[in-house]
Design a protein around this ligand. Structure first.
Ligand code: NAP
Length: 230
């Protein structure tokens, strides 16, 4: 794919004297991650504009560049399962991941409004993550909580070492509220976009949780950051 094996410029950690600042996206992002005894490691992969929006015209596509795509593909290669909010699946027409070992968990209160005739669901690689009292659905499901998904219990029930959450804002907010975010790979796009687009999390209660900076890379004016649970 375009941009594959891109080199990015490492800004942090600072290269040692005499060491090249250039590093491949794979070397930057394909680092060891370990599941917790009780649940998988949860990493969130998002892109935002300079003024904090995660969308242009309702989707994220216009914010990125080929290197950001490569970050997404690389992070998908280190994950066992993708987790996505139902609204992102509806808004972005979520397709089947090219990596054949990846499964996709779609989080929803009821599964309503999701099109189970799309390639994503027909591939057999997607499952729903719904509350125990949600109606029957025509695809496999993980069930936890009542009324809405108890995300900690749901993650514990998913067979995986690493789960990559790909948004959107409300699912990220629910994960933050449950203190389940272990890592954020956040690309800062060099775009000002205005509008009233959501930020990376929505609807979470106010929290003050400091994350630890793991790296900052630069390419073509884009900053590629990685923060982990401090
Ligand atoms: N820039 C980026 O990197 C990026 C990445 C992803 C998405 N996006 C954008 O973000 C937007 C979507 O974000 P969003 O906040 O509107 O929606 P979202 O987080 O994708 O999905 C929200 C839906 O997820 C389900 N959900 C979330 N938490 C739940 C819980 N605890 N229990 C049960 N269900 C739960 C509900 O589904 P039901 O409605 O089915 O009950 C809820 O309506 C889109 O415009 C998309 O393009 C941007």
């Amino acid at each position: 794919m375009a941009g594959i094996l891109s080199l990015v410029r490492r800004l942090f950690p600072h290269p040692a004297p005499g060491e090249s600042a250039e590093i491949s996206v794979r070397d930057a992002y394909d680092v060891p991650r370990q599941r917790w005894p009780e649940r998988p490691w949860l990493t969130v992969c998002m892109i935002q504009s300079l003024d904090g929006s995660i969308v242009i015209g309702g989707t994220s596509g216009g914010l990125g560049n080929p290197t950001d795509q490569e970050v997404l593909v690389t992070m998908r290669s280190v994950a066992d399962v993708l987790l996505v909010g139902a609204q992102t699946v509806r808004a972005e027409g979520y397709g089947v991941p090219s990596n054949p070992r990846l499964r996709v968990g779609v989080v929803s209160r009821s599964g309503s409004g999701l099109d189970f005739a799309t390639p994503l669901f027909e591939s057999g690689r997607a499952f729903l993550v719904v509350p125990e009292d949600a109606p029957e659905v025509p695809v496999p499901s993980v069930r936890a909580g009542r009324g809405e998904v108890d995300l900690a219990s749901a993650l514990a029930a998913i067979e995986a070492d690493v789960i990559q959450c790909e948004g959107g804002a409300s699912l990220n907010g629910a994960l933050l509220a449950a203190d389940l975010i272990d890592e954020i790979t956040m690309t800062l796009s060099p775009m000002l976009v205005g509008g009233d687009g959501p930020r990376i999390t929505a609807r979470a209660p106010e929290v003050t949780r400091r994350m630890q900076l793991a790296h900052v890379m630069e390419d073509d004016g884009y900053l590629f950051t990685r923060y982990v649970r401090a």
